[in-house]
Design a protein around this ligand. Structure first.
Ligand SMILES: [Zn+2]
Length: 280
């Protein structure tokens, strides 16, 4: 395929993802100030879509070792305006059983070791707005795209991002629930923050794979392999892939949200030499 000259409006950052439209794709390595990132470019009904596997195609990379800054800056360099994040998560809310799918509205950050900003120097930093961390336009496209595909598709919920790579303790899950968390996963932060700093719209579609530790007595969490097995074995993947495809097609051609202006007035200090503002 020849996608290189096309504007790239949408990217999918996925954990596990194998839609039919990705079979014909063009691999691309993108250099960034934080190292190289690898994306595949594919076509969906006339739109070029960039796909990025956060754990690598062989799922070899744990969440705390992902080069998030290279990934998100690579997407910005390609001109990507919107990111759809596909997550697979655990439920911390007894009312949300495995099988439900959430398009979250807010997040809590419980990560500890990850760089969370592009602009990390003594004399330069940015303070971006987080009132609405997930883009309303992309959320709406995902909710419309997922209609009728799942037992339950929830508009809303709070996504708590934990550090990993271990699973959480039962006491941590009880605490997260008291904080208002509905679902728990490990790669959302800093993706959602870096997308905002890159002035890219971001929203997540998250199928619940299991209950978090302590919510289903007798159930032991046994690692990423069991999540992948459940994701594909339960048929989740077909619904999620259809919902994402429909969202890509359904997004309005031009953004009307405020995500593209996130750095307006957010800089403290002079932007670094490697930074070029997005076209307004
Ligand atoms: Zn937006």
């Amino acid at each position: 395929m020849s996608a290189s000259a096309e504007p790239i409006q949408v990217a999918v950052i996925s954990s596990f993802f194998s839609p039919e439209w990705l079979r014909e794709s063009e691999a691309r390595s993108v250099s960034t100030p934080w190292g190289d990132a690898s994306v595949d470019l594919a076509r969906v009904e006339g739109r070029t879509v960039a796909c990025l596997w956060r754990y690598g195609r062989d799922l070899a990379l744990p969440s705390h070792r992902i080069n998030y800054r290279a990934n998100l800056w690579a997407l910005r360099s390609l001109g990507v305006e919107r990111v759809i994040s596909q997550n697979a998560i655990g439920s911390a809310n007894p009312a949300l059983p495995p099988g439900a799918v959430l398009v979250s509205v807010d997040f809590i950050d419980f990560t500890h070791t990850r760089p969370k900003t592009f602009f990390d120097a003594d004399d330069i930093w940015v303070r971006v707005e987080m009132t609405e961390p997930f883009c309303g336009e992309v959320r709406a496209a995902l909710l419309a795209g997922g209609q009728g595909l799942f037992e339950r598709l929830q508009d809303g919920g709070v996504f708590l991002c934990a550090e990993g790579p271990r699973f959480e303790s039962a006491a941590e899950i009880r605490m997260f629930r008291q904080w208002g968390a509905d679902i728990v996963g490990t790669p959302l932060v800093p993706e959602v923050i870096l997308a905002r700093e890159a002035e890219i719209c971001f929203a997540s579609i998250a199928p619940i794979i299991n209950y978090c530790t302590g919510l289903a007595p007798g159930v032991k969490h046994t690692g990423a392999g069991s999540m992948v097995d459940f994701y594909y074995g339960s048929g989740f993947h077909a619904g999620i892939e259809r919902a994402i495809r429909a969202a890509i097609v359904g997004l309005p051609a031009k953004r009307r949200c405020a995500c593209g202006m996130a750095l307006e007035g957010a800089f403290h200090g002079t932007p670094p030499a490697w930074f070029t503002p997005r076209p307004r």
